[in-house]
Design a protein. Structure first.
Length: 400
DNA sequence: AAAGCGCACAACCGCACGATA
DNA sequence: TTATCGTGCGGTTGTGCGCTT
């Protein structure tokens, strides 16, 4: 037995909202609140709209203090960091950005940030409809690219393909950003240079956010993210790492692009977001060269990059090593000489079996995250939101 | 000038989950 | 314990606009 529809779809209006409808909804909610029942609300005010539609319209558009467009660099920074850390939990990410809605962030990520960071074009909807999108082809058409499996990739459920694509996208983003930043720190040997050495992405310095000044729902989420960051800092060795790195944490506070302390985008008091040092987004082409040149300059196992002991820790380096060893040769001779950041389709590609590469990468990524340990004193108890986030962080939700 | 195309944004859809009867 | 309901979330689709060919 299927679930009953939330409203009579035949009698409700769909499509764009008119100013009159907006005014009705806004006026009613501002005066009476939602009454705790969105389903009944449209009937009360004479709107031929689904309750869910009313809720969405209010939350995403009519609600006071909503910001639209013009994302700042620090907002982009936060979105990127959190996306890498927790994936497409847009509502959680939105909780870190006052005035932004999850829908806005989701759209911004899909239409702009993703392209900006991964240097890929948004797949044409027409192309998707015609099944010609290269990314879908790489993910969903694994059997075509990995013929040794005898079409096994094609047997992967569509949902699993999508989830893997998301996870791999995050890995790829992570690798690209690390590769880019690494170029600034790889050749340094002096303390000064080390101070200028790039941090690892996402920025993982301990957050000092004043959670008490935030709304309750934001606080729970913030604490959760903080837990994750604490843990990652511990993993990375940033907190007690090499002396040069510790100095860098202090000295680099004012450094553009690569300021470790610039990571403290949630450092400001009163719950506001202090502008971090310039993020230094890069053009895809320049990034590709930088990342490529960087890849072979580092020890890929154990010690992180630049010899400074900074990184995501052994699990991360192992993941990186795994991916590099598996995909590093995909670019041919040039890649062998200079390293190669795999593109998303390449990450999906598998030289030795259809779904194996995708699944392997996911497992590796999951293993890395699962191996993370929070300090006992940092465990949050009785907090469903933070608990959920911990689940995400600790591997339960990384399938997405 | 017109068709094709990509982009950005708003809105919809279906599922999962918690609350409640 | 189970069924139902309301809500929240993430993914997907619809649509209008502007640019390119």
């Amino acid at each position: 037995m299927g679930r009953a529809p939330c409203c009579d779809k035949a009698s409700v209006k769909k499509g764009p909202w008119s100013p009159e409808e907006d005014a009705k909804l806004k006026a009613y909610i501002e005066e009476n609140g939602t009454g705790g029942n969105w389903i009944a609300l449209p009937q009360k005010i004479g709107l031929k709209r689904c309750g869910k539609s009313c809720r969405l319209r209010w939350l995403n558009y009519l609600r006071p203090n909503i910001k639209h467009g013009d994302f700042t660099e620090e907002e982009e920074h936060i979105i990127c960091s959190l996306y890498i850390s927790i994936g497409s939990r847009w509502s959680i990410i939105a909780a870190q950005l006052p005035g932004r809605t999850d829908n806005d962030i989701k759209n911004y990520w899909n239409t702009k940030l993703k392209k900006k960071l991964l240097g890929k074009r948004a797949p044409s909807r027409r192309a998707r409809a015609a099944n010609q999108d290269p990314y879908l082809a790489a993910a969903g058409g694994a059997s075509n690219m990995c013929s040794t499996s005898g079409g096994g990739g094609g047997a992967m459920p569509a949902t699993q393909q999508a989830l893997s694509a998301s996870a791999l996208e995050r890995i790829q983003l992570h690798m690209r950003l690390q590769g880019l930043y690494g170029t600034f720190g790889c050749a340094t040997t002096t303390a000064d240079n080390a101070a200028a050495a790039a941090p690892h992405w996402p920025k993982l310095a301990e957050t000092l956010m004043q959670v008490s000044s935030l709304p309750t729902d934001a606080v729970t989420t913030t604490v959760s993210v903080e837990q994750h960051q604490h843990h990652l800092v511990g993993q990375s060795g940033l907190a007690g790492g090499a002396g040069a790195t510790a100095a860098a944490v202090v000295e680099a506070e004012q450094q553009p692009l690569g300021s470790v302390a610039g990571a403290n985008y949630m450092t400001a008091a009163q719950g506001s977001f202090e502008r971090p040092s310039k993020l230094g987004f890069y053009s895809p082409s320049a990034e590709a060269e930088a990342a490529s040149a960087d890849m072979t300059s580092y020890p890929m196992v154990g010690g992180g990059y630049g010899g400074a002991g900074v990184g995501f820790g052994p699990q991360h380096d192992e993941l990186y090593d795994f991916l590099y060893s598996k995909y590093g040769s995909l670019g041919g001779v040039a890649a062998a000489q200079g390293g190669h950041i795999p593109t998303l389709p390449e990450l999906h590609q598998c030289p030795d079996g259809a779904a194996a590469a995708v699944v392997g990468a996911d497992e590796k990524f999951s293993a890395w995250t699962t191996s993370c340990e929070y300090g006992a004193g940092q465990q949050l108890q009785g907090n469903s939101i933070s608990g959920s986030l911990q689940d995400y962080v600790l591997g339960g939700g990384y399938g997405q």
